[in-house]
Design a protein around this ligand. Structure first.
Ligand code: GDP
Ligand code: MG
Length: 676
């Protein structure tokens, strides 16, 4: 019997066989075994794909890649296990050595010359086997400072070497409960936060490194992995220092008190100044010959077994995850493209900016026409404030009610006294039955003065409202051009304030006109006056000749009016005053309606005018006026925030597209691999 055969895989239906040569006691690493060639044909492309995705940094886009994450309490032997797998020296020993996430990408290479380099912060630092430890420490100092602090910026160590398994693992800082000298107070929170971030995604395989010398149930790393993987279905345990605590190790791994779904592998790492080859020989010897350790199943001991298991688990995980990765890449890409399209365009010439400005003005004008004139609110169906024709009509109705509710009594103390006083002042030599027109105009003027503030106030409110509408329409139409948005809005405000000023003048005129002339062709005036004066004789009778001297008289349209104070006046004066009162009140109703009508027509006219002709003129003038800061030129410069957003989105899309291409090829080729 020349060689002894070990069956070392229980995760794959196909068996991997490791040849052990008893003569020189050297285990041949599994990748050299015959079965491995098929592994290489079929699984290596998967690993390459994930590595390329990792290289492309798709994790930055929030896409998780299947990753083996090495966790363990401090000094449990994490770095030693990685060393054993990679066959290189890593910073090892007491105290805190690993202070940043160390991504180890092991890649088998046919060339006998190992290629080793570090990558961090977009830098590539070549190194070699002797200087790895130093290089890692130096890089760690750069990333996390030379103190004892930790950082979650990863450092990638590439090892391309003959005889290493194709795996990518992340080594994380060891979990310490108590800060050692010089470590920040919250070191535990920092490290456990970092560990959690890595082991939380379902795509992560947790390689839990446990020292044989401790009680597994007390391990912090077990406690943490349990939080994210209760059943342990993605947790594999590596038990180190088998040589230091051989007694009871078999019981520990068979009892599985801490429920590890993917099983245990017991190892013995390099001790002291041993070479890796020597370490493997010693390990093989230890598990074969030690009275206690030799009882442990061969399928779960030794670094070669660990390497092989990791490769298979990784391959399974990758093929299971790929479809989801493809889906996520597509989804992220769609979102990024949509967002990019939403960003404002970049202008190259002043011609383009002018076109864009005209576009903004055109669309704003159309919106305003729909909202203010046509009453089409489809653009703002949920925003009542923007349903302008309705709101304007409401405001007009309110104004009209408010104007007509003006109590006539407010401008007179006692019934007919205003008329009597004014008539007395306008006395002249003439016949008593002519009513002096100047008195009528004086009373009319008093009435007008009493209300003249209201129409002005109303028109101001109208323009305040239209200003709000204009500002939101302009805002919406120029949203893509933040650099000129404020200039356009300013132009809009200027336009409104000019229009407001004009309107106030116009409305003041409309009101003043009513003072100048008393005229109406409305027959209602005569009808109303005739009706009202009909009771004149009765009124005079009640005031002057009624024996009972009634205190009040019921007058149609005025209610019960007090009359006692009128008894001292002559009949003809009272008659004149009464007549005057009736004329004024009949006429005043007509005046008020006329003011409302006029305002309504003027409002419609000025809104249409504003939208149809003023708006475009004003904004163009403002935007191309070099004295006003030449708003339009600013469209040529992109705001820095938009520029950086665009740059980021473009990079994301490029990266996602590359990733998509990388994955697409492999998914087609490997369809049906997911169940392995
Ligand atoms: P880490 O803090 O988890 O990275 O642990 P290290 O890999 O730095 O190991 C801590 C100490 O344990 C070092 O002194 C190693 O030499 C030692 N060590 C690791 N694995 C073994 C092993 O299998 N056997 C023995 N005897 N010592 C080991
Ligand atoms: Mg370490």
């Amino acid at each position: 019997m020349g060689s002894k055969k070990k069956v070392v895989s229980n995760t794959s239906p196909s068996l991997a066989i490791v040849e052990v040569n008893p003569n020189n006691n050297k285990a041949v690493v599994p990748i050299e075994a015959p079965i491995v060639s098929s592994y290489n044909d079929r699984i290596r492309p998967l690993l390459d794909t994930v590595d390329r995705l990792r290289n492309l940094n798709v994790m930055r886009e929030g896409i998780q890649l299947p990753t083996i994450v090495v966790v363990g309490d401090q000094s449990s032997g994490k770095s030693s296990v990685l060393e054993s797998l990679a066959g290189i020296s890593l910073p090892r020993g007491q105290g805190i050595c690993t202070r940043v996430p160390l991504v180890m990408r092991l890649q088998r290479s046919p060339s006998p010359e190992p290629e080793i380099w570090l990558e961090y912060n977009d830098k590539v630092v070549p190194t070699d086997e002797e200087h790895i430890a130093e290089a890692i420490c130096a890089a760690t100092d750069v990333i996390a400072g030379s103190g004892k602090g930790v950082s979650d910026t990863p450092l990638t160590l590439h090892v391309k070497k003959a005889g290493v398994p194709d795996i990518t693992m992340v080594d994380l800082p060891g979990i310490t409960r108590v800060p050692v000298n010089g470590q920040p107070e919250n070191i535990y929170e920092q490290i456990s936060g970092m560990v959690m971030k890595y082991i939380e995604p379902q795509e992560s395989i947790i390689l839990n490194v446990l020292s044989a010398t401790v009680d597994f149930t007390t391990c912090e790393s077990i406690r943490m992995s349990k939080q994210v993987d209760k059943t342990g279905e993605r947790t594999l345990a590596v038990v180190t220092k088998a040589d230091m605590a051989p007694d009871g190790l078999l019981q520990k791994v068979t009892a599985d008190d801490v429920s590890i779904g993917l099983g245990y592998v017991c190892v013995r790492n390099r001790i002291g100044e041993e070479t890796y080859e020597e370490a493997r020989v010693q390990e093989e010897l230890l598990f074969r010959t030690h009275p206690m350790l030799s009882l442990i199943d061969e399928e779960i001991v030794g670094i070669p077994v660990l390497a092989h298991k990791l490769m298979l688990i990784q391959a399974t995980m990758i093929s299971r995850c790929l479809p989801e990765i493809v889906r996520k890449i597509n989804q992220k890409m769609e979102i990024a493209v949509l967002e990019l399209n939403k960003l404002p365009m970049v202008m190259a010439s002043s011609g383009e900016t002018l076109m864009a400005l005209m576009d903004i003005i055109g669309s704003a004008k159309e919106s305003l026409l729909r909202l203010l004139v046509q009453g089409d609110f489809s653009e703002y169906s949920d925003d009542q404030k923007m349903h302008c024709t309705a709101r304007l009509a409401e405001m007009l109705n309110q104004f009209s009610d408010n104007l007509q509710a003006q109590p006539q009594a407010a401008i007179e103390e006692e019934f007919l006294m205003v008329e009597i006083k004014l008539l007395e002042e306008c006395k002249c030599i003439g016949l008593p039955n002519f009513i002096p027109r100047s008195t009528f105009l004086a009373i009319l003027s008093q009435h007008v003065d009493a209300i003249h503030a209201k129409p002005v106030q109303f028109i101001k409110e109208i323009w305040d409202y239209i200003e709000l509408v204009l500002s939101s329409v302009i805002g919406k139409c120029s949203d893509n051009f933040p650099q000129i948005q404020s200039a356009i809005k300013r132009a809009g405000r200027n336009l409104i304030s000019k229009t407001r000023e004009r309107s106030v003048n116009r409305v003041t005129e409309i009101v003043e006109m009513e003072k100048l002339t008393d005229y109406t062709c409305n027959p209602d005036y005569m009808t109303s006056w005739t009706q009202k004066t009909a009771s004149q004789q009765n009124f005079i009778k009640a005031v002057l000749y009624d024996e009972e001297k009634p205190k009040s008289f019921s007058l149609h349209g005025f209610g019960d009016v007090q009359i006692s104070h009128l008894r001292n006046y002559h009949a003809h004066l009272l008659q004149q005053a009464f007549d005057m009162k009736m004329r004024i009140s009949s006429y005043w109703t007509i005046v008020l309606r006329r003011i409302v009508d006029n305002l309504a027509l003027y409002l419609q006219f000025s809104v249409k005018n504003l939208v149809n002709s003023q708006f475009q003129k004003e904004i163009v003038a403002e935007m191309v006026d070099p004295r006003a800061g030449g708003g339009i030129e600013r469209m040529l410069e992109e705001s820095p925030s938009v520029a950086s957003k665009r740059e980021k989105l473009k990079n994301s899309i490029k990266l996602l597209k590359e990733s998509k291409d990388v994955v697409a090829a492999i998914v087609d080729q490997n369809s049906g691999y997911g169940d392995r």
